[in-house]
Design a protein around this ligand. Structure first.
Ligand code: UT7
Length: 332
């Protein structure tokens, strides 16, 4: 077995969002809501919606191509593709379709489901393969098309979500730029946020029946999830900082899963991170689940706001319930 026994660096990023943007005012045309309510309660002003021929695979592939170009890495050099998503085009997984679309012939590819924590969980998963020396060049994608799965008549949920994809390239690097992480799950609170299968008994013979149901739209106890996020996210970031031997003063950028501007503000306040270090793209994209962190990261990198060596604290949280944080330095 290959063994490079090494660390990793994040050497490229990319992102893709559907062409169609839906504003709060447009939502108010069929929903009993208002731009004022949505903006003040969430910070969201618009969200992108995927429509054919756009799909989870096309968005993920476009983001991945950009990330590979930035890293100056040919797809054939990839060893592993991890696709963090809860909304694959195919329940068997969509990562292999992305692999084929990229022409990443040597790469093993698989999907990872951890809802809005998917990108953080995916980063930590990929890092283990790299630190063991098994894989050198890894593509991590966070992508979701939740617009397929929300009830567009449920104003408590549909106003929040949008579609998109973000990707990063991870490469073997002697000085490990992943400084620390912490992950957690609490399935006892699973009912707070679901995109659940609902069974339906379908008889095959007089004695035998099978369960042929369907997935039902997203349900969420918003207040519970809000409380969970504001309490658990600062905790998990502190834990990751402790593992890294760092303090909040070392954070150059705080990049949280983009769920609600009020959550971003409350977490930053609890950690005493000043507002100018908090990254937010909520206004234009809403909550894009596993895509939200790499989508926002890529925009900051491309605007040269994030510089090589900057220390970035990321945290994902959501369905599971699951939550996690990671600290890394950008670039080699
Ligand atoms: O990615 C996964 C992580 N998800 C999250 O982090 C979501 C966390 N939760 C939240 O962000 C917030 O709880 C929401 C934005 C979902 C809701 O905000 P809230 O301040 O917790 O509102 P609420 O649920 O307490 O509702 C307040 C009122 C209610 O009316 P009454 O009962 O006070 O008369 C709702 O019916 O606002 C009403 N309401 C709305 N009104 C206009 C709920 N949704 C809407 C709406 N437009 N879209």
């Amino acid at each position: 077995m290959q063994n490079w026994g090494t660390g990793l660096a994040i050497t490229g990023s990319g992102s893709a969002a559907p062409g169609v943007s839906l504003s709060n005012a447009e939502l108010s045309q069929w929903l009993e809501t208002s731009d004022e309510w949505i903006s003040t309660r969430t910070g969201i002003q618009a969200r992108r919606l995927a429509s054919a021929p756009e799909s989870l695979v096309t968005l993920a592939t476009a983001a991945a191509q950009q990330a590979l170009a930035m890293a100056n890495l040919d797809p054939t050099e990839l060893d592993l593709i991890v696709l963090a998503t809860s909304t694959p085009d195919d329940l068997f997984g969509s990562a292999c379709q992305v692999q084929a679309a990229l022409g990443a012939k040597q790469a093993v590819a698989f999907d990872m489901t951890a809802a809005c924590s998917g990108f953080v969980f995916g980063l930590v998963t990929a890092a283990q393969f790299m630190r063991m020396g098994v894989y050198r060049n890894v593509l991590l994608i966070g992508a979701d098309v939740l617009s397929r799965w929300v009830d567009w008549r449920d104003r408590r949920t549909c106003i929040l979500f949008g579609d998109g994809a973000g990707a990063v390239v991870l490469q073997a690097h002697e000085a490990d730029q992943l400084l620390g992480f912490a992950l957690q799950s609490d399935g006892s609170q699973n009912s707070c946020l679901n995109l659940a299968y609902q069974g339906q008994e379908t008889p095959l013979t007089a004695e035998i029946s099978v369960d042929q149901g369907r997935f039902t739209p997203i349900t969420m106890n918003g207040q519970e999830v809000y409380r969970f996020a504001v309490r658990r996210v600062p905790e998990i970031i502190e834990k990751a900082l402790f593992h890294a031997g760092l303090t909040t003063a070392d954070i150059d950028w705080l990049l949280l899963h983009q769920a609600n501007q009020r959550i971003l503000d409350a977490v930053a306040q609890r950690l005493s991170v000043p507002a100018e270090k908090v990254i937010s793209n909520l206004a234009q994209f809403g909550n894009t689940s596993a895509a939200s962190i790499p989508l926002a990261l890529d925009a900051e990198v491309r605007q040269n706001r994030i510089q090589v060596g900057d220390c970035i604290a990321i945290a994902g949280f959501g369905a599971g319930l699951s939550w996690g944080a990671a600290l890394f330095r950008w670039g080699r």
